[in-house]
Design a binder for this molecule. Structure first.
Ligand code: BG6
Length: 497
């Protein structure tokens, strides 16, 4: 059975020991990187694979073949990789390590057909000798990815290779379904790894540990005690240089159907029967199955002022750069508990926050109109800062010392860095996930059914979206997002730093 990183979770206070627990990749790999000269390859994938090699998490033998329609020479590809690694801060700690890494790189153009790629893969396998596996990383837009997979099928790699595809996994239910069918026409579902880098975050796995390794949280993790949940990813970033991509995507498809819903799956899932990939995946899928279709009135779309002047953007664009929704998981545990999800570009602060806001106690012993308790919803709450390595804080009411019974807000904060050291974040999410794929570990990847279900619940809003409301850059978005959550309010860790 494939080794599983979560199954191998062990109890330790020694972070270095945890790193050593990562499974080495046993079988040599021929990695084919489509989109090898693209932005993601430069920022994350090439530096990430170099870092994996540095920390001993690549197999003993590997070859990385860059592939793209427009060819460059292998030497140019090596230069590009060198620059990418040097620019990424993933420095080498051993003399000559980067040179050694770049020796494993080569490049093949596929503009005139995939024959030369097939030959390059065969040659790499021969060079490595012994047992090898092939990993195909499609860092490509969905349409190009599907066409590429069909070409790969003609090379007869379907039995031996694993394939990684990048979001967006379609743009609606019909396109996602078509994409899945095209992928399945070549690869069995077990060989397809849909990568969502949020699931490679240390913090997501911490959430599982927190919920299921302790007796403290799970008893209150339900509708009896929780008033509402917030998953909030505001970003100060703009759309950067991605105007034309973003125009066809928007915050709904870029962040909600992907990262935010995936996080919701981990927050709302039932305890799995084990940490094996299958039971974990099943529990997340059950959450998605229980989600109610989104309603237009529970969705706010915003667009930052100036977006229409960005390069590659239609001057009359209605694309949203901010999305906020109220979602419901209609099952025994969560019936009636709203999940507020929000993400936007060019907002006032950047965070990755999960807030679990608790209900009031059944009897209020402290006078409600005394102005001591200004807010009734989620005054006591748990905040998870999901950055890597992240933190958890509890906010609650306590008595202010003194002669009168006066309540004040109090906070307790736990940071992973203080508890276990900074190297908890030693692996970037992409690195962790690529490493998992090489080990055949599907735990942190999503099935075709789950993806299609998320599009299905999104359909009512995609078919009839509310208009995008302008908001100022550097703000918290249009006032309608506060109306959406009222009488509650959005919580941020900076509220109580
Ligand atoms: C990407 C989105 O998937 O995630 C970007 O396409 C977004 O628009 C990014 O900025 C956020 O990721 P992170 O890891 O920086 O929070």
């Amino acid at each position: 059975m494939a080794p599983c990183s979560l199954r191998n979770m062990s109890v330790t206070t020694d972070s270095a020991q945890q790193d050593r627990a990562a499974q080495p990749v046993k079988t040599d790999q021929v990695i084919v990187l489509f989109g090898a000269t693209g932005d993601l390859a430069k920022r994350k994938l090439l530096p990430g694979m170099f870092h994996l090699s540095q920390v001993g998490l690549m197999p003993e033998g590997f070859r990385i073949i860059g592939a793209a329609r427009h060819p460059i020479s292998s030497d140019e590809f090596r230069d590009l990789a060198r620059e990418s690694v040097e620019g990424s801060g993933r420095k080498s700690d051993t003399d000559g390590a980067l040179e050694k890494f770049t020796k494993s790189l080569s490049f093949v153009g596929v503009g005139d057909g995939f024959g030369p790629l097939g030959e390059a893969i065969e040659a790499a396998k021969k060079e490595l000798g012994g047992d090898t596996e092939t990993l195909i990383y499609l860092s490509l837009p969905p349409k190009a990815a599907a066409g590429t997979v069909e070409e790969i099928g003609k090379l007869g790699l379907d039995e031996d290779a694993r394939v990684i595809t990048e979001k967006p996994f379609g743009t609606d239910l019909a396109s996602a379904h078509e994409l899945n069918e095209r992928l399945h026409s070549v690869f069995h579902e077990d060989r397809i790894y849909r990568i969502d880098h949020y699931l490679g975050r240390e913090a997501v796995q911490n959430l599982l540990a927190l919920r299921f390794a302790n007796g403290m949280f799970e008893p209150v993790w339900n509708r009896n005690h929780i008033d509402h949940v917030q998953i909030d990813i505001p970003e100060t970033l703009s759309i950067e240089m991605r105007g034309s991509f973003y125009e066809g995507t928007g915050a709904f498809r870029d962040m909600l159907v992907t990262h935010l819903f995936q996080l919701l799956g981990f927050v709302a899932m039932e305890p799995p029967t084990s940490l094996e990939p299958k039971p974990l995946g099943l529990e997340r899928e059950k959450v998605f199955d229980s989600m109610l279709p989104l309603r237009r009135e529970d969705v706010v779309r915003g667009q930052y002022v100036g977006y229409r002047e960005e390069d590659g953007v239609d001057p009359n664009s209605d694309t949203e750069t901010l999305i906020a929704v109220k979602a419901f998981v209609d099952n025994w545990r969560w019936e009636g508990v709203p999940f507020y999800l929000r993400s936007g570009k060019r907002m006032a602060e950047s965070h990755h926050v999960l807030t679990i806001a608790f209900k009031q106690p059944p009897r209020r012993l402290f006078p409600i109109d005394s102005a001591l308790i200004p807010e009734d919803f989620g005054r006591d709450h748990l905040t998870f800062e999901l950055g890597d390595p992240g933190s958890i804080s509890a906010s609650f009411l306590a008595k202010v010392p003194g002669a009168t019974m006066q309540l004040g807000e109090a906070h307790m904060k736990f940071t992973y860095a203080d508890a276990f050291g900074d190297d908890q974040a030693a692996l970037d999410p992409y690195e962790r996930l690529i490493h998992d794929v090489m080990n055949g570990d599907r735990t942190l990847f999503t099935s075709s059914d789950a993806i299609e279900r998320l599009w299905e619940i999104s359909e009512p809003v995609l078919e009839d979206p509310p208009p995008a409301i302008p908001y100022w850059r550097g703000s918290w978005g249009p006032k309608e997002i506060d109306d959406l959550i009222a009488p509650r309010r959005w919580h941020l860790p900076s509220d109580h730093i």
